[in-house]
Design a protein around this ligand. Structure first.
Ligand SMILES: [Fe+2]
Length: 327
């Protein structure tokens, strides 16, 4: 049995994590966190990578197989407007019920972090609405994410929250007309890479404050020029700074019809969202990563647990149970 060092390092990890890793800078903290997580989860990481390389095809088959041509993320992203991904229809139908039941009511109190953005998902929804986990674990979705991660993905259990059902609403914003927090450009530091699958739950236009990003190659160039993630830089970057090194014409807004899906590496693409959502935006946000993260969130947070059944495929169980595997 391996020694659990988490209680010992928790106080240090909390300090290093505070204020978006400002104490040592994001890059330095990520390196430290990755080294620690490699000690804890290195064998599981190797196991998932080997399974991806040698057995992905039978794992996908056993999980229901692919139902359509495989999508591929290029330059950090892929967009699917076909509305043909499995279980998507059911997800959209169930989402209408959730929106009708919970939208438009501000759940958090004023002055809280990200007042303009609220997650209305509850853990009970996993059982009440099985369509979401069926979509999250479908072979068509997982093949895209796994090809990008080069390993069997895990649904994130800490940061970002694995499944979020998000309402963005300018009416809730404590500081309207003044972009702040995740309304400003940043690159996520949780894991390298971290992939989001984002689903528009209602038709979305620029008035809804869409998720907005720059392709990976452009983002990486800007990151280097701005010394972003360095110890002298904060986590959020102003538009002025970004557009001093990036052409505005390269910006992509995730807009479109209900059911449009974006696969994106949020750890590689500069992005922001929920900026001035004068019309409420409803979006599903699903987070996937490998098992060796680049943050200390698993040391300082209680990881989420997802329901698993005996009849679930091996692939589905690996996605929903991050820490299964050789130990
Ligand atoms: Fe982000």
């Amino acid at each position: 049995m391996s020694l659990n060092l988490d209680p010992l390092i928790r106080p240090i990890a909390k300090r290093l994590h505070a204020n978006h890793m400002s104490r040592l800078g994001i890059s330095n903290t990520m390196r430290l966190a990755h080294a620690y997580n490699r000690l804890k989860f290195g064998r599981q990481d190797d196991w998932r990578r080997n399974l991806y390389r040698a057995h992905m095809t039978p794992l996908l088959e056993e999980n229901g197989g692919l139902t359509r041509p495989r999508l591929e993320m290029k330059d950090g992203w892929a967009l699917d407007r076909s509305k043909s991904l499995p279980h998507l229809d059911r997800v959209l139908g169930d989402s209408e019920r959730i929106i009708a039941e919970r939208a438009g009511v501000r759940r958090s109190s004023h002055g809280t972090y990200r007042s303009y953005f609220q997650d209305v998902w509850t853990p009970a929804d996993l059982e009440t609405y099985p369509s979401f986990l069926n979509f999250v674990t479908s072979s068509d979705v997982l093949s895209v994410v796994a090809d990008y991660l080069k390993c069997i993905p895990a649904l994130t259990t800490t940061l970002p929250s694995g499944i979020r059902f998000v309402e963005s609403n300018a009416a809730f914003d404590d500081q309207p007309n003044h972009p702040h927090d995740s309304q400003l450009y940043h690159i996520d530091y949780y894991s390298l890479p971290n992939v989001y699958v984002l689903v528009l739950l209602q038709d979305t236009t620029p008035e809804h404050g869409p998720w907005t990003f720059l392709p990976r190659s452009i983002s990486m160039e800007a990151k280097a020029k701005l010394h972003y993630w360095g110890s002298q830089r904060g986590y959020r970057i102003s538009d002025e700074d970004v557009y001093s090194v990036v052409d505005r014409k390269d910006v992509i807004e995730f807009t479109g019809e209900r059911g449009t899906v974006l696969f994106i590496e949020s750890s590689g693409c500069l992005h922001y969202g929920s900026r001035n959502s004068v019309k409420p935006r409803f979006q599903l946000m699903i987070g996937y990563s490998g098992v060796c993260r680049t943050d200390f969130s698993e040391v300082i947070m209680t990881p989420k647990v997802y329901p698993v059944r005996e009849t679930d495929s091996r692939l589905r169980r690996m996605v929903l149970q991050k820490n299964v595997g050789p130990c």
